[in-house]
Write a protein that binds this ligand. Structure first.
Ligand code: R5P
Length: 290
């Protein structure tokens, strides 16, 4: 089946790269708003009989991205596409994965329910799997969870020596430890207490010596940056020489990047979300799956 790669607003550059690497037809999707703010979309190329690969991350503006993806998927089918694959390098709505307080919506279930009906396949990178341990528990369509671990390990091997890798909380340790093992580095974990979405505290759990060392703090997501900042403060107190932050998904919500960057020698992210810190490229990883 012939593929056409469709670049959507949040992932245009990545979509173009994927199309170039796969030597596939490429088109952008026209996305606009009606005067009353309702979504307007228009395909610019013929889709009949093709596999339409929509490429769009859920950041920024996750709600907008979700609606655009739903509209794009239904329209593609309507226009004769044989299959609709969604490549969402950053999959949204995964952190509200349970009802934390009475009356709350469980966003992960609602978003997956809508997408299950609209698309035929989902490809994503390191989704935030926490209380839902596997994507297939909520995504009933064929789905593939890729990991950027090798991309990160390759970067570390090229740019660092004798670094200590820190996972800033129990959830991030799965990435920090796996990556540390790949590059033969020491890894440790911080214990995090989250008071609210904007207030966290962390402390070192074991007595690893980071004095005078290069420390790389690795997390899946940098959102408000509080986790990373608290981790950097701890590393500094313990005498780290240079402190770096690495993440897969650079959200940097609420214009937090300038504030966070002061704490680090460098912040390095993958391009699952377009940001100036994108120094690691996941396009080849996605191409392998496509
Ligand atoms: C949480 O479970 C994640 O692994 C990240 O630590 C978290 O999303 C980071 O959020 P923030 O940047 O707002 O502290």
């Amino acid at each position: 089946m012939k593929k056409i790669i469709i670049g959507m607003p949040n992932s245009l550059e990545l979509a173009k790269k994927i199309a170039r690497k796969l030597k596939c037809e490429y088109s952008t999707l026209k996305v606009d708003k009606f005067p009353d703010s309702e979504v307007y979309i228009k395909y610019l190329k013929d889709l009949k009989g093709k596999e339409v690969v929509l490429v769009n991350s859920f950041h920024p503006y996750a709600n907008k991205a979700l609606v655009e993806i739903l509209w794009a998927a239904y329209t593609a089918k309507d226009l004769g596409a044989k299959k609709v694959t969604l490549v969402a390098p950053y999959l949204g709505f995964m952190r509200q994965d349970k009802r934390f307080n009475p009356g709350e919506a469980i966003s992960a279930h609602i978003a997956s329910g809508l997408l299950n009906k609209a698309i035929d396949k989902l490809v994503t990178i390191d989704p935030h799997l926490h209380r839902i341990p596997k994507l297939s528990l909520i995504y009933k369509i064929p789905n593939k969870t890729l990991t950027a671990n090798n991309v990160i390990a390759k970067y570390l091997k090229k740019h660092f020596k004798n670094e200590v890798i820190i996972g800033p909380d129990a959830e991030s340790y799965q990435w920090a430890k796996t990556i540390a093992d790949k590059v033969d580095a020491q890894a440790t974990i911080l214990k995090k207490h989250r008071y609210s979405s904007r207030k966290v505290a962390v402390k070192l759990q074991d007595d690893i010596n980071i004095k005078g060392k290069d420390v790389v703090i690795i997390d899946d997501i940098i959102s408000t940056g509080h986790t990373m900042i608290e981790a950097a403060k701890t590393a500094k107190k313990l005498g780290a020489k240079n402190i770096y932050a690495m993440c897969i998904h650079p959200l940097f919500v609420e214009k937090s990047y300038p504030k966070i960057k002061k704490y680090f020698k460098k912040i390095i992210s993958t391009n699952t979300i377009t940001h100036k810190t994108n120094d690691m490229d996941v396009s080849s990883l996605l191409c392998e799956e496509l």
